[in-house]
Design a protein. Sequence first.
Length: 528
Amino acid sequence: MRALIFKCRQPGISTLASGIVWHKTALYPGVNSFIVAQDKTTVARIFSMHDLFYKRMDAHIRPIRRYFTKGTQIVLGDEAEGITSDLLVGEAKNINLGVGSTIHCLHLSEIARYPSEAALTESLFPACSDYPGTIRIIESTAHFGGCADYFRDQCLRAMNRPTSEWRYFFVEWWRLPEYAIAIRPGERIRLDSKSEYPHEKILVKQLGLTLENIKWRRSKIDEYRGDVDLFYLSYPTTFEEAWITKEASAFPYGRLNEQQAYLRPPLARYKVVEGKIFRDDEGELWVWKSPEKDKLYDIGADVAGGDSSTDGTDNARSGDWSVIEVVERGTLEQVAEWRGHVLPREFGDILAAIGRLFNTAQIASEVNSFGLSTLERLQKIYPNLYLWRKRDTITIKFTGKFGWQTTYDSKNLIVNLLREKLYYHQVTIRSKVLWGEMRNFVRDFTPTGLITYAAATGYDDCVMAFMIAVQTSEDENMDGYSLSVRNQGEDKPKEVKPEDAFCDSQFKEVFVEETPADNLRVDTGNWN
């Protein structure tokens, strides 16, 4: 058994897991079980469960209790036979106490609250047996302890990999009968979707919540003094909704929650191979809106090194993603997203293909670190690259550099712009992955007191690419000019058409329209 259980508050999962582990420990010889809890109080509570299980067993199946240490350990078995089973309950900060012998049953309770994942991966998991019949149960509510990142990532990997040995379960609060309050005779509940009690109509329509659920939800939000974020942390509707960071969000949570109504599956998915685009239901390119004739698009790109894991194994945590976000200029609607692991130069080929698809969109690729290799490739094959601006002068000045340079100041700039666009409803998000990363993108402080922004847990690659796309798209609107092809001297690539990117007839039917000759032009009327 390999179970990852993401839960709301008080659903009884710790009791269930304890029962499963006790069944194996008490009825089979030679079983070593280890239960880990986040603090001493929880250790005592879980140990008392196992002690009660033992006392309530029928006498004819109850094993001899050979050794007993109150609060920590129970050893079962007949000393004459020489085969015993051992159950140990320990605190998270003393995980190494349980690795003295091979572990057959492991229960990690509230893992997100553990101080660190290092002890898990370095000593505890290597001590666990993979023999058939062994048990590992990891369960937790959302939190931001030292191990929250690990738990969140493992759940996401189990959700996205049907072949994984780990099974993911979400214990939803509204399915528990105690999370409902009876409606009194004559009482009327009018559904509200405002900030005080958000999304009630959506919850009733999409999830089937009853009015009794809604009444209980309102009472719990009131207990939190109207703090909806604290409610989401303890009683989430979805996995993504729970991973919030109180008072640290880089973006207004109310506006982000409103964006949830615009999330949807893509119109189609595609794969980019050697500069060509193919229809593929498992492809990395997600498209929500077909490119339209005469419309302009902007692309932001966050470049990673291309490694899919830190040590090349399936068990390692995935490395950073390379991400492409495409927005429609003017509306700032997200129309496409590519997310994958690829080497930086090959990433340049993918960027160019997607750029041609969207009417030779302006591409702003981050040039920090690995991004220089991507930019070098783009300069040889693509005509419409973003020109880096110098902003600390009387007027914004163009430099002789391509791409986006992420610095302390420029990162603050793009965060503030996206925050403003969200607040005034001037941006539309379609991707659930992007939306989840934005909810988890937080404000922090450096040791010297400077404000910095990063993901609280997990990744922020989609957020960075999207912020770059929004900023560079707005740069074009503010400057009042349109650049579709730039003069790059002797290395200027040949003029391309959107259909050059395609080699799939079905894709052409969806996306390719006749492009007028003057659609690829340089408008110099407003240049200074």
